[in-house]
Ligand binder design. Structure first.
Ligand code: PEP
Ligand code: MN
Length: 337
């Protein structure tokens, strides 16, 4: 249920409503917007329905929440969420670029890669230290050791760092080293992992499951928000279809839908969507034209030597071109600061 408060509601009135809801063993989530403050009430629908909420001072109206993903829905949070990652604002007017290799490849290497990404004009660095590989015989990543290298890359460049976490037991450790925790496509419905990242105070980049619907994707985000962490970035990254000329099928069409249904920012991944380096740029343009707030791409100084996903990894010159092209596109679609 949604409680829309009056324009002139006082802090004491809000506190009173919150206490009242808690006393009935229901869960209030207060969202203070520019126009209005809204309280989302979670819990037993029957108890909520019986409440004479409009009789309480400060309450303007009470409405049901139509979407199953309640905290993620724009119904409960009409203003867009801007996730601030060390000064990089995701979901504001500027289109942001996150770039870096698929995997952490060593301490010296990761610093070199981050410097390349910074020089190309990107905003954040990415590299995986825990790699979810299809084959158990493929390189599995540096694990905890690689987190230290990522911290060194941030130290060297000042850029915030994104890395994947695969195991609920590693969440605290990973959060102590990096700025954004990535949940990969294979773990989008790993509910224990989602609950764990929901308890931390660090942004989470949630990738769309390769065979998941938009509703399932947003319900997974709901898991994270329901635990208290509201800093979630949604990442479409292509889905599995019958098409076999690309690694996945570009899902740019879901971006305007997600942006209409949810207040959370969208940073899309054209590298995994296409799986072929020459098509990363047009796919990135399509995502941004469709309303994405940013792009995450795999980039490496020598893609042919990359430890993983080299075929879809762009080089330094292609990354520079991508940043410049997205900058021009941002002007056309009026997404500049
Ligand atoms: C990645 O970003 O390197 C990755 C493994 O992505 P996904 O989970 O989308 O396959
Ligand atoms: Mn990859």
């Amino acid at each position: 249920m949604l409680i829309v408060l009056k324009h002139d509601v006082t802090k004491d009135e809000i506190d009173h409503i919150v206490e009242k809801i808690k006393s009935l063993k229901l869960e209030p989530h207060v969202s203070t917007g520019i126009q209005r403050t809204i309280i989302t009430v979670m819990g037993d629908e029957d108890v909520i329905r019986e409440l004479p909420l409009t009789a309480i001072a400060g309450v303007e109206s009470v409405k049901p929440i139509l979407k199953p993903f309640k905290l993620v829905s724009r119904e409960t949070h009409p203003d867009r969420t801007v996730v601030d990652v060390g000064g990089v604002k995701i979901g504001g007017s500027k289109i942001i670029v996150i770039a870096g290799p698929c995997a952490v490849e060593g301490e010296k290497e990761v610093v070199e890669h981050a410097i390349m990404v910074k020089k190309a004009g990107a905003d954040m660095f990415r590299a995986g230290s825990y790699k979810p590989r299809t084959s158990p015989y493929s390189f599995q990543g540096f694990g905890p050791e690689g987190l230290k290298y990522l911290a060194a890359a941030r130290e060297a460049t000042g850029m915030p760092v994104v890395t994947e976490v695969m195991d609920p037991r590693d969440v605290e450790l990973v959060a102590s080293y990096v700025d954004v925790l990535q949940i990969g496509t294979r773990n989008m419905q790993n509910y224990n992992l989602l609950k764990e990242v929901g308890k931390i105070d660090k942004p989470v980049l949630l990738k769309r499951g390769m065979s998941s619907t938009v509703n399932e994707f947003l319900m997974s985000a709901e898991y994270i928000l329901s635990q208290g962490n509201k800093q979630v970035i949604l990442c479409p990254r292509g889905i599995r279809t019958f098409e076999d000329v690309t690694r996945n099928t570009l899902d740019a069409g879901v971006v305007p839908i997600i942006k209409q249904w949810s207040h959370l920012p969208v940073v899309a991944d054209p590298s995994h969507a296409m799986g072929i380096k020459d098509f990363v740029l047009p796919a990135a343009m399509a995502y941004v034209a469709a309303g994405a707030d940013g792009i995450m791409v795999e980039a490496h100084p020598n893609p042919e030597d990359a430890f993983s996903d080299g075929q879809q990894t762009i080089d330094s010159a292609q990354l520079i071109a991508l940043v410049q092209k997205l900058g021009k596109l941002a002007q056309v679609i009026e997404r500049v600061e």
